[in-house]
Write a protein that binds this ligand. Structure first.
Ligand SMILES: C[S@@+](CC[C@H](N)C(=O)[O-])C[C@H]1O[C@@H](n2cnc3c(N)ncnc32)[C@H](O)[C@@H]1O
Ligand SMILES: Nc1nc2[nH]cc(C(=O)O)c2c(=O)[nH]1
Ligand code: SF4
Ligand SMILES: [Mg+2]
Length: 242
């Protein structure tokens, strides 16, 4: 796939704040790419995953994406967050190079199923391996290839936790990758259906899971883990484009 291949863009929005993980609170524009090789049972972005929504994904050149990012940011360079879907299945090297030339930074979120040599060009690579509650099974060879490809970028791991089984699984993963800063994020068990971006979130339920997670980590003395909510979900619920 060459870099002239258009990107399949589900949405570009912002500036908002990065609501999750290591860069929480940092102003950013999101570029959400369409298409994913996973089908997590609790995915909160199915409009960028399910092929039924494929016709809403706009083919765009890297230049057109950067033009839209620059329009939204008023021409001021900022952090661009690449998400999806799995953004790793798209040819993003050109976009990253173009944006860097203009002073923009790039973070990319991926489950770690597809490695790309351009991962090393990112400013931050967020690897988010999927726990048992997702219904997915991690291919650890592919995941390791992502870790190898990302050498040179800042790299962190972010694991979504729904239950005790996920928690124990995350402890095993953390032991396998002790050098990767680890962020634990409580699962949103009422994610939006793909055709309804105003669906209400069960915030009380998310808060309860967050408290449970903090109790677990502190009681277990798991002091390498950082526990963070999805800040954008706290502020805006399941609303899309924020
Ligand atoms: C929609 S995914 C897109 C990027 C990539 N496919 C991935 O999963 O890392 C972005 C982030 O949202 C997280 N996420 C998805 N659904 C969630 C939910 N219901 N509750 C909490 N986090 C969720 C994912 O684990 C991932 O860290
Ligand atoms: N504000 C905000 N922060 C986010 N962090 C990760 C997101 C995602 O859907 O990938 C996301 C999102 O959609 N909005
Ligand atoms: S890997 Fe990410 S985008 Fe794909 S289905 Fe899972 S949470 Fe959704
Ligand atoms: Mg999201």
């Amino acid at each position: 796939m060459s870099d002239e291949t258009p990107l399949r863009v589900s949405e570009i929005f912002g500036p908002t704040i990065q609501g999750e993980g290591a860069l929480i609170g940092v102003p950013t524009v999101f570029v959400r790419l369409g298409g994913c090789d996973y089908r997590c049972s609790w995915c909160d972005s199915l409009h960028a995953v399910e092929s039924a929504y494929r016709e809403s994904w706009i083919p765009m050149s890297a230049e057109a994406v950067m033009d839209e990012v620059a329009r939204l940011s008023g021409g001021r360079p900022l952090l661009v967050s690449l998400s999806g879907g799995n953004p790793a299945i798209q040819p993003l090297a050109g976009l990253i190079g173009l944006g860097h030339d203009k002073g923009y930074c790039f973070a990319l979120e991926t489950q770690g199923s597809v490695a790309r040599d351009w991962f090393r060009d990112l400013d931050m690579l967020v690897l988010s391996p999927k726990p048992p509650s997702s219904g997915m099974e991690v291919d650890w060879t592919a995941f390791q290839a992502c870790v190898d490809a990302g050498q040179g970028a800042d790299m962190v791991m972010k694991i979504v936790i729904f239950d005790e089984t996920d928690y124990q699984w995350a402890q095993g993963v953390a032991a396998r990758y002790p050098h990767l800063p680890l962020f634990l994020q409580p699962g949103n068990h009422t994610p939006p259906p793909p055709d309804d971006d105003h669906a209400l979130v069960d915030q009380a339920g998310v808060d309860e899971r967050m408290r449970w997670l903090v109790d677990k980590v502190t009681q277990d003395g798991w002091f390498q883990a950082r526990v963070l909510p999805q800040l954008h979900v706290m502020l805006w619920g399941n609303k899309r484009g924020v």
